[in-house]
Design a protein around this ligand. Sequence first.
Ligand SMILES: [Zn+2]
Length: 316
Amino acid sequence: MRIAVLRGPRAFEVVEEDVPEIAPDEVLVKAGACGVCASELDVWEGRGAAPFPLYPGHEVSGTVVRAGAEVRTFREGDVVAVWATGRGFAEYVAVKAEYCRPAAGVAVEEALAEPLACAANAVELADVRLGDDVVIIGAGFMGNLVQELVQLRGVRHLVVADTRPDALERARKLGATRTVDVTRESLPDVVSGLTGGVGADITFEVTGTQAPLAVVGDVTRMSGKIAIVGYHQGAPREIPLAQWNWMAFQIVNAHFRDVNTIMRGMTIGMRLLTAGRLSLQGLVTHRFGLDDINEAFATAVDKPEGFVKSTVTFPG
Ligand SMILES: [Zn+2]
């Protein structure tokens, strides 16, 4: 089978390997797609901590072609969404059956269990309540998922901020009650106007960059919640901690490492997705074959107009 190995910065190479053996608690999945995750871009550009060669890829979906002797939950032919712990950009992936969720009826490149798990866990941990006023800063792929899940909770004002007109247009179509282009409008002024000067109950930071960290405190009410969903890598960030202290904000670190938590989020996300309560239609905008995996990553870094998420797909 073919698998992509990252040999150095921006240098994936596709190599031949044996199809992996499976343990009794594992299934062998024939890949349909593997999403390119924002959390992998630093590694691809050579800013990761681990030495090369590396085998990224964790957002796998495909079809079970073999099940281990102990596996009772899946059988040959089942379509699954998988949280792989690496080696995902490959034609076949061996993975614990418990890391799979049913994905029948979902377009294979949209069966993205791991990002759904992160978004579901973020909304659960932030505990969005009926009638809350919510601000989401960042209308990329993860921001869109958080937005859809927040909407299922039933909020009052849902303000989405970004710098890209195409991203804001998408947020509007998904159901934002107000969008703010922060290059043209003051987000604090808009939120203040909508909330009678009080501020949002919850603000989600979903960019992973420095700029919004200076603003989240200006749009959140006293004792409100600031949820950090963005994946913050690289240089240390600066935050106005005096303001965050004084305003008694509750800080929600929406990053999840505990496997049981990730699995619970996957179950929530895939239940909603397969039931049609949540849709990723139109969010996977760029598809590449395995041979073009470097281009898939370059596109995710460059974010051309209309870009939301790229994926590597495998011919059926
Ligand atoms: Zn991911």
